[in-house]
Design a protein around this ligand. Structure first.
Ligand code: GLU
Length: 466
């Protein structure tokens, strides 16, 4: 296998949502080494708690990084806020080689120039005022203490070409770019500057990221070429849209990874749903990351927008509940639910959960029905049960008393004494014991209800109300 190093480079300015999680997942699936870098160069918006959340979310999803925070890589620092000295060296080199220049234009001046260009029907780009300043003038303005950004001098009349692994050949003319800012007036680096430098310095071979970064790529390639740094391969993945066709946002159902975790989703459900957006896997089982990695093919990833459908997520959640091991399933239940389940019923209860629950709250409901007396039949269900008639319940009560611990014997006896079978037997029994038309195997319900509770529920129907 070729050595591929991919990376996930989040800016810690908010909680991880499905879009970032997909970028991280696809990068982790594709790379033979996976690197995590925290792009915290924006002091206003970056927050330490978001870094903590990001690390936690990635670990929860099972996306372990080979290099990154806490990976004990000597020397490397994976937080961009601590790499300013490295960037400073590259700024100095670009300036010394006349490939970057200070720009003193104020935001107001830039805005006026932009409006003039737009009114003339031209796309707005930097008009080059400060590109023409001579060294004396630059020195004079600097001596005056005027704030300046640093702009990259884009070479004229060139074409930037690259082959995107998903979107195919890409061509950009440098004359359409305009000299762009690589360092802000407050000294902080523009994101795509340090992002490109770090990809090169950290040996990233393949950059997989959202297509919203596609237009940054030619700028980044120009920076790397000017600094004689290696250029990675790029793959720009389509954005995730909501079911209304708009980019995924809170309004159309996007939820943060933390929220999904708190709602009881399993990481395997989130990961399988995300891995299969825009990519078909032969195997429709809930796959672990190794299996997803084996079936992953970046070049087959669709370039059309991927649609998030909550029904798909729940489909994978359903499968995950069925495929996780007993210990994981038990831990997933709410503590109040676990507290209700007697030790002797644990195995039966987990079988019930696997077959009948999608979220922990569903299991709460079953625990309440089976292990407490806090339940009520709705009047409609009560009427349906009563329709089976008192003699049937007297026969059930007799069988339950005679065959307390033996469901098969109970069934044999009730079939003989009541003359009922099939649905006519099971449905009123199920409803009387659980209040629900569906649910687990009757034998499990029978075993999990204490004999007193079982008889108590049946006895309810031996004196029908008038
Ligand atoms: N920090 C950037 C972001 O979160 C990374 C972009 C990239 O992957 O190159 O959008």
């Amino acid at each position: 296998m070729n050595q591929t190093k991919t990376r996930f480079a989040p800016s810690p300015t908010g909680l991880m949502h499905l879009g970032n999680a997909r970028t991280a997942l696809l990068s982790a699936l594709y790379g033979s080494r996976f690197l995590l870098r925290i792009e915290d160069t924006d002091p206003e918006r970056s927050r330490e708690e978001f870094v903590r959340d990001l690390l936690f979310d990635l670990a929860w999803l099972g996306l372990r990084w080979d290099e990154g925070p806490c990976s004990a890589q000597p020397g490397a620092d994976f937080f961009q806020s601590r790499r300013s000295a490295i960037y400073a060296g590259y700024y100095a080199r670009l300036q010394a080689e006349q490939r970057a220049y200070p720009c003193f234009c104020s935001p107001g001046e830039l805005e006026i120039a932009r409006k003039i260009q737009l009114n003339a029907g031209q796309p707005p780009r930097y008009n080059g005022t400060c590109a023409r300043l001579d060294a004396t003038e630059v020195a004079r303005r600097q001596a005056e203490g005027l704030a300046a950004t640093l702009r990259f001098r884009v070479p004229k009349h060139q074409t930037v070409l690259f082959e995107d692994a998903i979107r195919g050949p890409q061509t950009f003319l440098t004359d359409t770019l305009g000299d762009f800012i690589i360092r802000r007036a407050d000294g902080s680096p523009a994101f795509f500057f340090c992002n490109a430098i770090d990809d090169a310095l950290m040996g990233v071979t393949d950059v997989i990221r959202g297509e919203d970064h596609l237009t940054n790529t030619p700028r980044q390639m120009l920076i790397l070429a000017a600094l004689e740094l290696p250029v990675p391969r790029y793959a720009h993945i389509s954005l995730i849209l909501g079911d209304d066709g708009a980019p995924l946002s809170k309004r159309n159902g996007s939820r943060s990874i933390r929220q999904l975790r708190e709602e009881g989703y399993f990481p395997a459900a989130v990961v399988n749903m995300l891995a299969r957006l825009g990519l078909t896997y032969q195997d429709d089982a809930c796959l672990d990351l190794d299996a997803l990695r084996q079936g992953f093919d970046l070049n087959r990833l669709s370039k059309s927008p991927a649609r998030f459908d909550p029904v798909h997520l729940n489909h994978w959640q359903h499968k995950a509940v069925r495929s996780v091991d007993d210990a994981t399933l038990w831990d997933w239940l709410h503590p109040e639910c676990r507290a209700l389940v007697p030790a002797a019923c644990q195995a039966d209860f987990l079988t019930l959960v696997r077959g009948n629950c999608v979220f922990p709250a569903d299991a709460d409901e079953w625990a309440r029905l089976l292990f407490t007396d806090e339940w009520n039949l709705t009047p409609t269900v009560a009427a349906e049960v009563q329709a089976a008639g008192e003699p049937f319940f007297l026969a059930l009560l007799d069988a339950a008393t005679a065959c307390e611990d033996d469901f098969d014997a109970f069934m044999a006896r009730i079939k003989t004494t009541s003359g009922r079978k099939g649905k006519a037997l099971f449905m009123p029994l199920r409803l009387a014991l659980t209040g629900r038309h569906d649910g687990p195997d009757m034998g499990q319900i029978y075993r999990m209800l204490t004999p007193e509770r079982l008889r108590g529920r049946l006895a309810e129907f031996t004196y029908p109300s008038q």
